[in-house]
Ligand binder design. Structure first.
Ligand SMILES: NC(=O)c1ccc[n+]([C@@H]2O[C@H](COP(=O)([O-])OP(=O)(O)OC[C@H]3O[C@@H](n4cnc5c(N)ncnc54)[C@H](O)[C@@H]3O)[C@@H](O)[C@H]2O)c1
Length: 268
């Protein structure tokens, strides 16, 4: 028996990166999954991969920045699989990486639509289904970039900060219906990481070196198991949490690692 046997999940942006890893891991644990993905080829490819794994996944073309499209995807989970137990708000639509003063209203609007509004619309649409089923699990995606004030991400950081607030409010208010609402703050090799590795030779090495665990994280083996946990009954008493799944990247003190560490350590 898998940990998610009988569970119906919807994963936005399930066609690549962390979303793809979660879809594949969920299916391996027995869940039936809706892949709510904008890129048709990616979505269909991951659905085919799931069939090869012996699982069931259903691609629904979705733009998370469009309310009707988001609610349509939630409805598709009900019509195709008979319900919904887990909602993973993971999709990521990149925006122009420019300085704050160069971000336009249009950029901010699209980013807020694909982050804060997308999560809001999906949660509002999933709520009555969860309530009728006696519970559910929402897994939102947050970012360490909000904490660090990452450059050229002003719009993204605004959207992610809003998602954190929504996560807390929903956890407070929907606990009475056994709906758990948590967030993951990941660091993993998604599409942006792959692009940065192509554009900047040595990026992977630097990315590994700034994490206490000393390596890059990968979606399926490193991030997805935490999503499985949050979706499963093992997390039945966990709500309102944001879990850093980042190899320790969030520990700023790691930067104070002594230069002469090798000398300080006992030999042998
Ligand atoms: N990868 C990281 O290190 C990292 C760090 C912090 C936060 N996050 C968060 O984790 C989540 C996943 O990130 P990732 O790196 O795996 O992303 P990714 O870019 O690798 O994949 C994103 C997926 O979302 C899809 N998508 C894009 N626009 C969409 C839209 N409008 N509607 C539906 N699908 C759409 C893409 O086609 C793609 O399949 C995001 O919420 C991101 O903000 C990631």
């Amino acid at each position: 028996m898998g940990l998610l046997e009988g569970n119906v999940a919807l994963v936005t942006g399930g066609g690549a990166g962390i979303g793809r890893g979660i879809v594949r891991r969920f299916v391996r644990e027995g869940a039936r999954v809706v892949i709510a993905e904008f890129d048709e080829e990616r979505g269909r490819t991951v659905a085919a991969e799931c069939a090869e794994l012996g699982g069931e996944a259903h691609f629904v073309h979705t733009d998370v920045g469009d309310k009707a499209s988001v609610t349509g995807a939630i409805e598709a989970a009900v019509s195709h699989f008979g319900g919904l137990d887990t909602l993973v708000n993971n999709a990521f639509a990149p925006s122009p990486e420019v300085l704050l003063e160069q971000k336009t209203d249009a950029i901010l609007q699209r980013t807020l639509e694909t982050t804060a509004w997308a999560t809001w619309w999906a949660m509002q649409a999933a709520f009555p289904i969860f309530k009728a089923r006696g519970g559910g699990s929402v897994i939102n995606f947050y970012s360490i970039d909000v904490e660090t004030g990452a450059w050229r991400h002003a719009d993204y950081n605004m959207g992610k900060a809003a998602i954190r607030g929504l996560t807390h409010s929903a956890a407070s208010e929907w606990g009475r219906f056994n709906i758990r609402v948590n967030a993951i703050a990941p660091a993993a090799a998604g599409l942006s990481f792959e692009r940065l590795c192509r554009e900047h030779p040595g990026f992977e090495k630097v990315s590994a070196s700034i994490k206490p665990l000393g390596r890059v994280g990968y979606p399926e083996p490193d991030i997805a198991p935490v999503a499985v946990f949050l979706a499963s009954d093992m997390a039945s008493f966990v709500t309102g949490q944001t879990i850093n799944v980042d190899g320790g990247l969030h520990l700023w003190g790691f930067n104070s690692r002594p230069q002469n560490l090798a000398e300080l350590e006992p030999q042998g």
